[in-house]
Design a protein around this ligand. Structure first.
Ligand SMILES: Cc1cc2nc3c(=O)[nH]c(=O)nc-3n(C[C@H](O)[C@H](O)[C@H](O)COP(=O)(O)OP(=O)(O)OC[C@H]3O[C@@H](n4cnc5c(N)ncnc54)[C@H](O)[C@@H]3O)c2cc1C
Length: 512
């Protein structure tokens, strides 16, 4: 471990209050539930210092920090940042959804919309700007909890019993005090900082829930209730290669009267701004775009697994199998195409250049359905090989069992040990508890489907579709009794998103 990674791990030893399996964790980076994932994050910090393609200089401090803090000013910078994010995601093969670069994209996007914050409250906007610069200069790992715990979804946040949802319970000249819970802090156990917000719509009278603020994860009163650890349950890296390295953890967070100074409060008692901070600034586009880049790496990984499994089982030459793999390859390419379209059809937001929300919303809707199908296709191609496996790495140390393994684990492409390794890797990806959690993650991380489809409905430029219908009716179907001849050309020319992007790129090239 290099200096940056070591420094990151040392910061986690801050007395944070993490609960798991009936105990309070004494030291996160030293506990088997978290050590593997923490080391993966540490490696990312080291890579940023080693690989200049992943790094940039902070404009405020000059420090070398992750390029994930970049606030792109044109399409070329957006593409450059995408390549850096792809390389970072490749470090975990796409299996860490909420590693530091995700939240940095979100915070950078919020700060890119600083004018929206200023219009709401100039002091809170100044706090956000200061906080963003602080995190960027220190290259800190931020996580977020923006969703309210499930309880009674037929009731509003403020109507839940027993002060369930985190809310402001007190405030004075120093800041606010919050009490209540939020979900679902992915990566929070591993992070330095935690942003608390509310992304779902609130009623006008739910002002106590309508805030956003940030705390250091080790702040007194911040209690992290970890879900079951897949890493701690994994018997070895041989048997569970992904669980042992990339179990990024999810935790329910309870705020037990946590005092937060005004310098860390960005939205204060404003239901409208609580939502606008994400959907009215580039934040939603920047964090969603990163999510799809990371997903692309994961899909490529699963596609590679599927192909290697078909080679290992000697079925790769079968036309039906190639057809199945071709379909998975096409789905992977579609996700890549959507990411490129987000950039090509991106839009200016003040001095910044932001991925197209229309294409992002489409990607969210399609990929939350695509992922479970993809995992299922891999299982179908793999058959019983995912189960026909030695029970544990310890079997290899037993001469009699080893001899039987070598006799029975056969492949035209791999020796017995590599066959076992490949299928264990595949099982961890799609069949283990870790793999199953990832399916749940991909279905829900961007919102339930009724939410993502609502966004897609609102962000689609409907005139492109309805304009064609209206034009066809005008040109092809004279109203009864009308003498009007059908027009030869569309009466309303409609620019496609690509054409709009070209026009913007032209504007940039000419310095407009
Ligand atoms: C693995 C994982 C990690 C996560 N990490 C984070 C994180 O780091 N930070 C964070 O803030 N959040 C995180 N989340 C939370 C995530 O954002 C939510 O799961 C998501 O927004 C959906 O909300 P919900 O789970 O409360 O589902 P709900 O809103 O309760 O919906 C569940 C289902 O109920 C039905 N339903 C509910 N309401 C309606 C309605 N109005 N109309 C129609 N149907 C409805 C639908 O079938 C829906 O799919 C994570 C979730 C998962 C699963």
């Amino acid at each position: 471990m290099d200096e940056a990674g070591t420094r990151y791990l040392a910061r986690l030893r801050d007395g944070r209050e993490v609960y798991l399996a009936g105990e309070r964790i004494a030291s996160v980076p030293d506990h088997p539930a978290f050590a593997g994932a923490a080391r993966s994050v540490a490696r990312l910090y080291d890579e940023v210092q080693r690989d200049e393609r992943l790094a940039m200089r902070s404009p405020t401090s000059g420090a070398r920090v992750s390029k994930t803090w970049l606030q792109p000013r044109n399409q070329a910078e957006l593409a450059d940042k995408r390549l850096a994010l792809l390389r970072m995601a490749e470090l975990s093969f796409g299996w860490m959804g909420r590693s530091p670069e995700h939240f940095a994209c979100a915070l950078a996007g919020m700060e890119m919309g600083l004018d929206v914050f200023r219009a709401d409250n100039a002091e809170r906007a100044a706090s956000l700007q200061h906080y963003f610069r602080h995190l960027r200069d220190q290259d800190l790992y931020l996580s977020y909890v923006l969703v309210n715990p499930q309880a009674d979804r037929s009731k509003a946040a403020g109507e839940q019993a027993d002060q369930l949802v985190a809310a402001i319970v007190d405030e004075d000249a120093q800041g606010i005090t919050i009490r209540g819970a939020k979900m679902l802090g992915t990566g929070t156990v591993l992070a330095n900082e935690l942003l608390i917000g509310n992304i779902a719509p609130l009623r006008a009278d739910e002002t106590a829930q309508a805030f956003s603020a940030a705390v250091a994860v080790g702040t007194p009163g911040v209690k992290l209730l970890s879900r079951r650890s897949y890493a701690a349950a994994a018997s070895s890296a041989f048997d569970y290669p992904l669980s042992t390295h990339f179990d990024e953890n999810d935790a329910l967070v309870y705020f037990d009267d946590v005092k937060i100074p005004w310098s860390r409060v960005f939205v204060h008692r404003s239901p409208e701004m609580a939502r606008k901070q994400f959907h009215g600034t580039p934040a939603a586009a920047m964090m969603g775009w990163h999510g799809q880049i990371r997903l692309l790496v994961k899909l490529r990984f699963l596609l590679g697994l599927a192909r290697r499994i078909c080679e290992a089982n000697g079925i790769i030459g079968m036309p039906a199998v190639q057809e199945r793999l071709g379909y998975l390859a096409a789905q992977t390419t579609m996700v890549e195409g959507l990411i490129l379209a987000m950039e090509a059809a991106g839009e200016s937001a003040g001095p910044y250049f932001v991925p197209s929300l229309q294409h992002l919303r489409a990607a969210h809707v399609l990929t939350q359905e695509l992922y479970p199908q993809f995992a299922l296709a891999l299982r179908e191609l793999a058959g019983g090989g995912l189960i026909m496996l030695p029970s544990d790495i310890k079997d290899f140390a037993h001469p009699e069992i080893l001899a039987l393994i070598l006799k029975t684990q056969k492949s035209p492409a791999l020796d017995s040990i590599d066959r076992v390794r490949l299928f264990k890797l595949a099982w961890d990806a799609v069949g283990s508890e870790f793999g199953s959690r990832h399916t749940q993650y991909e279905i829900f991380y961007s919102g339930a489907s009724f939410v993502t489809r609502g966004h897609a409905f609102r962000s689609y430029p409907w005139e492109q579709a309805t304009g064609l219908v209206d034009d066809a009716m005008r040109r092809l179907q004279p109203r009864p009794g009308s003498q009007a001849a059908p027009a030869l050309l569309p009466s309303v020319p409609v620019a496609t998103p690509m054409e709009r992007a070209d026009e913007q790129a032209d504007g940039q090239r000419s310095g407009a």
